[in-house]
Ligand binder design. Structure first.
Ligand code: CP
Length: 312
């Protein structure tokens, strides 16, 4: 390890991971490089004696289980809950009291919560590092890092790519984090959404600040031939206050085999998952489909995050 790498790794030690823009491009690379090592050797006993708490106030399959799997492969122990009705939250305990209590029992907390800003708040009141596993429609930084890993692995680089983001760009927290991260890499952004689900101005501001190009579309077929990455997303039903509004847009985009006749040879389809029906199953065995491999990459990236934050 070079002294420069060592210095960068030290900067993540004991830090919470709340928003992707709290971290530098160099820190992203520290995570991706460490993840590559875990992909080569996922079983390492470096978390012996460490306890990681996973507190999930919203449903999850990939984020919670890949974190728990990461801890298990690294020899640590996991505590936590995935159903708030089995915790004292059900009795009215506040987030602050829950965090202060669980800090007594663990070395790091992975938190998913429906309220935007909840992870930041937890990091301000807590005494151990907090990893944001999704706070409402705001941010999902560990998903972002595994998306960066997947893009680098499939494209051989992160720079100068044409990335199409498709679907619910308003409520999709994975989109918000990844757009912000990719503004570090001179990309062109192709934003495909229904008019009512456009990327929020607060996220577009990051693109504008870097003087990068972005284009907005409502028609998915326009972007398919030019994209290096197509990042599909689910319409986030749980964020709509009126179910009728969800019904209007729920099937806005459905990617299927017949739409993929003219793509760049390097093009890959990513999706943070879960999908509902925005990618037809007839795409799953096409060479462009990368979303299940992407979910596997989450294991290695989360191992890297645990290692770097716990300073091991
Ligand atoms: N990508 C993602 O956050 O998936 P889960 O909701 O299953 O954790």
């Amino acid at each position: 390890m070079t002294s420069e790498n060592y210095k960068q790794i030290q900067t993540m030690k004991n830090r919470s991971l709340i928003s992707i823009d709290d971290f530098t491009k160099e820190e992203y690379f520290s995570v991706l490089d460490a993840a590559e090592q875990f992909e080569r050797k996922p079983v390492q006993n470096i978390l012996d004696g460490k306890v990681v708490a996973t507190l999930f106030f919203e449903p999850s399959t990939r984020t919670r289980l890949s974190f728990e799997s990461a801890v298990n492969y690294l020899g640590g122990k996991v505590i936590g809950f995935s159903d708030v009705s089995s915790s004292s939250v059900k009795k009215g305990e506040s987030l602050k009291d829950t965090i202060l209590t669980v800090c007594n029992y663990s070395d790091l907390i992975v938190l998913r919560h429906p309220r935007e800003g909840s992870a930041r708040y937890a990091s301000e009141v807590g005494t151990v590092p907090i990893v944001n596993a999704g706070d409402g429609a705001n941010q999902h930084p560990t998903q972002c890092l595994l998306d960066l890993y997947s893009i680098r692995k499939t494209q051989g680089k992160l720079d100068n790519l044409d990335i199409a983001f498709v679907g619910d760009l308003k409520y999709g927290r994975t989109v918000h984090s990844l757009v912000i991260a990719m503004t570090n890499f001179n990309c062109r952004f192709h934003l495909v959404s229904p008019p009512e689900l456009k990327l929020p101005s607060s996220v577009k501001m990051h693109i504008k600040e870097k003087n990068l190009e972005y284009y907005q579309y409502t028609d998915l077929s326009e972007v398919i031939p030019m994209a290096d990455i197509i990042y599909m997303t689910r319409i986030q039903r749980e964020r709509f206050s009126d179910p009728i509004d969800y019904e209007k847009v729920k099937n806005a985009y459905i990617l299927n085999r017949s739409l993929l006749g003219n793509t760049k040879p390097n093009m890959k389809i990513l999706h943070p998952l879960p999908r509902v029906n925005e990618i037809n199953e007839d795409v799953d065995d096409m060479p462009q489909a990368y979303y299940f491999q992407q979910a596997l990459n989450g294991l290695y990236v989360r191992q890297a995050i645990l290692k770097l934050i716990l300073g091991l």
